[in-house]
Design a protein around this ligand. Structure first.
Ligand code: SAM
Ligand code: SF4
Ligand code: SF4
Length: 449
C-alpha cells in the first residue's frame, strides 16, 4: 500500500449510541461501525494520505500495533470507504436485466365480487370477463415452463370468478411443477374447490386479510367477508393446502399487526405477507380514511421487525425482509420486481413488463402475435425500463440513499405522474425505513464484534 488513499465521496458518519458511530458508504453500499478512534482514523484521510504514515501516527497515539492498523486500513479500503487517486466506486446505476422470464403474473379476471375501499385496480362486478380460450391458457403455461419459468402468480380482480379457467391453468402448472400462487379474496372458495386444490401440490393460496378484527377487515372488504374467509382458511389448512395471509398496511389496521399475527396462529397459517398501501385506484377516493403518515408506516415496520425476531415463522415484508435475513447489499434489490425477470399477461392476452406497468403505452405485445419470450426480449419498452438510471431521477439524484433505494418500485411513481423518473411516492417512508435497517445492521455488527 504505497499509494496514497483518500476518503471516498458521499461517506456519511452518524452517531449510533454514546460510544459508537455508524459509517455508511452508500455507493457500494457498505457499513462500518466503531468508536471515535475509527472516525478519527477516517478523518486522517480527508485529504490524500499515505496509509503507512497514518498508521504510524495513530499507533503512537493509541498504543496499537502499526501492522494491525495497516491491516484495518486495508479492510476499510476493500469496503470502498477509502480510494486511491483517480479510482471510482462502481455504483449500480440501472436495474440489472435478467437473462429471461422467471416470474409471470397472470390477471385471470379483471372483475371482482367485492369492491374493496383500497383496491388499486378499482375492480368491481362491471369489469370485463377473461377473453382467453382454454387452449391459449394451456399454451401460455406450456411456453412459460419451456422458458424455465419458476413462479406463476395468478391475480385479478378475483381469480375464483373464472373457476374453470383457473383450474385449467393450475393443472397445467402442476404438470410442470411450477410454483403457483393464487391471490384471492377467499370469499368464493367452496368445498369442491378445496378438494380440487388439495390434489395440487404446487399451489399456494395468498388470501387477503386486512385486519385482525372482523369490523376492521369488513370496513375495507364488505360485511360478512371476514367470517366467510376465516372459515375457509381453517378448511384450507385442514386440507393441508399451503396458505399465506396477505395484509395491506393502512390507517385502519396498522395498529392491529400484533393481533393479526395472533389470528394467523389461531388459524394455523405459518406465512404472512405485509405490504404498504399504494395510492392508486379506489385508494385515492378513500385517501382520508386509509392513508398513513410516514411515521405511522415506520412504526408498523418497526413492529414487524420486532415481531419477526420473536416469532419463529417467516414474515415476508415488502420493502425488506427482517434484517436478520438481509445482507446490506440485498437492500438494493428491494422494491423493484423487474430484476426478478417478470412479465404480466392480462385477460385479453396483452403482455406487459410487470404487474405495476399494465398501461397501453407499456404493452409489449399480445399472445396472438407470437411467442411470449420473443415479444418480451425484443421490446423497446423493456430496454427503456432497464436503462433507467437513478441519476436521471431529478428528485433522487442528490439523495444519499439513491443506490440503496433506487426509487423502489418505479411503477408506483409512474402511476401518479406518468413519468418513469419520478421519485417513489413513499419516499418519506423509504428514507426512514432504510436508515432504520442500516442502523439495525450496524447494531448487529457491534453485537458480533
Ligand atoms: C388487487 S388484489 C387481487 C386479488 C384478490 N382479489 C385479493 O383481494 O386478494 C391483490 C392484492 O393487492 C392488494 N391491494 C389492493 N389494493 C391495494 C393498494 N391500494 N395498495 C396495496 N395493496 C393493494 C389486495 O389487498 C390484495 O392482497
Ligand atoms: S382488492 Fe381484490 S377483492 Fe378487493 S376489490 Fe380489489 S380485486 Fe376485488
Ligand atoms: S425515492 Fe426517496 S429515498 Fe428513494 S432514492 Fe429517491 S429520494 Fe432517495
Amino acid at each position: 500500500m504505497s499509494n496514497e488513499l483518500k476518503l471516498a465521496e458521499n461517506i456519511r458518519i452518524k452517531k449510533l449510541d454514546e460510544e459508537n458511530y455508524l459509517i455508511l458508504q452508500p455507493d457500494v453500499p457498505n457499513i462500518l461501525v466503531g468508536n471515535h478512534l475509527l472516525v478519527e482514523l477516517l478523518k486522517e484521510f480527508s485529504k490524500p494520505a499515505n496509509p503507512h504514515v497514518i498508521a504510524k501516527k495513530i499507533s503512537s497515539q493509541v498504543k496499537a500495533e502499526q501492522a494491525s492498523l495497516l491491516a484495518q486500513i486495508e479492510a476499510i479500503k476493500r469496503g470502498g470507504f477509502l480510494i486511491q487517486r483517480g479510482e471510482k466506486i462502481e455504483t449500480r446505476l440501472t436495474r440489472e436485466k435478467p437473462g429471461g422470464i422467471v416470474k409471470m403474473y397472470l390477471t385471470l379476471s379483471e372483475r371482482c365480487n367485492l369492491e374493496c375501499k383500497h383496491c388499486f385496480r378499482s375492480a368491481d362486478s362491471t369489469k370485463e370477463r377473461n377473453q382467453l380460450g382454454i387452449e391459449t391458457l394451456q399454451q401460455l403455461i406450456e411456453e412459460f415452463a419451456q422458458l424455465g419459468g419458476e413462479d406463476l402468480i395468478i391475480t385479478g380482480g378475483e381469480p375464483f370468478l373464472e373457476k374453470e379457467k383457473l383450474f385449467v391453468v393450475l393443472e397445467a402448472s402442476a404438470r410442470h411443477s411450477i410454483d403457483t400462487y393464487v391471490l384471492t379474496n377467499g370469499t368464493l372458495i367452496g368445498s369442491r374447490d378445496i378438494d380440487q386444490l388439495a390434489k395440487l401440490k404446487n399451489v399456494t393460496l395468498i388470501i387477503s386479510v386486512d385486519g385482525a378484527k372482523e369490523e376492521t377487515h369488513d370496513f375495507i372488504r364488505g360485511k360478512g367477508s371476514f367470517a366467510r374467509i376465516t372459515n375457509t382458511i381453517r378448511q384450507l389448512v385442514d386440507a393441508d393446502i399451503d396458505v399465506i395471509l396477505n395484509f395491506t398496511i393502512m390507517k385502519t389496521n396498522y395498529h392491529e399487526i400484533e393481533e393479526f399475527i395472533g389470528l394467523a396462529t389461531q388459524l394455523g397459517v405459518k406465512v404472512l405477507e405485509f405490504q404498504p398501501l399504494i395510492m392508486q385506484g379506489r385508494a385515492i377516493k378513500n385517501k382520508k380514511a386509509l392513508d398513513l403518515t410516514n411515521s405511522e408506516l415506520l412504526q408498523a415496520y418497526s413492529t414487524l421487525r420486532r415481531l419477526s425476531k420473536q416469532i419463529p415463522r417467516p414474515i415476508i415484508v415488502l420493502y425488506g425482509e427482517p434484517l436478520a435475513l438481509v445482507q446490506l447489499s440485498d437492500l438494493t434489490k428491494r422494491g423493484c420486481r423487474l430484476q426478478d425477470g417478470t412479465v404480466a399477461v392480462d385477460g385479453k392476452g396483452d403482455i406487459y413488463p410487470c404487474q405495476g406497468f399494465m398501461y397501453p403505452e407499456m404493452r409489449l405485445g399480445n399472445l396472438n402475435l407470437g411467442s411470449l419470450e420473443q415479444q418480451w426480449s425484443s421490446s423497446p419498452v423493456m430496454d427503456q425500463l432497464y436503462q433507467l438510471n437513478i441519476l436521471d431521477f431529478k428528485e433522487c439524484s442528490g439523495c444519499e440513499l439513491k443506490y440503496i433505494c433506487n426509487s423502489g418500485c418505479i411503477a408506483e411513481g409512474y402511476a401518479q405522474t406518468r413519468d418513469l423518473t419520478s421519485k417513489n411516492p413513499l419516499c418519506g417512508f423509504l428514507k426512514g425505513f432504510y436508515w432504520d435497517l442500516i442502523k439495525e445492521g450496524a447494531m448487529k455488527l457491534l453485537d458480533e464484534t
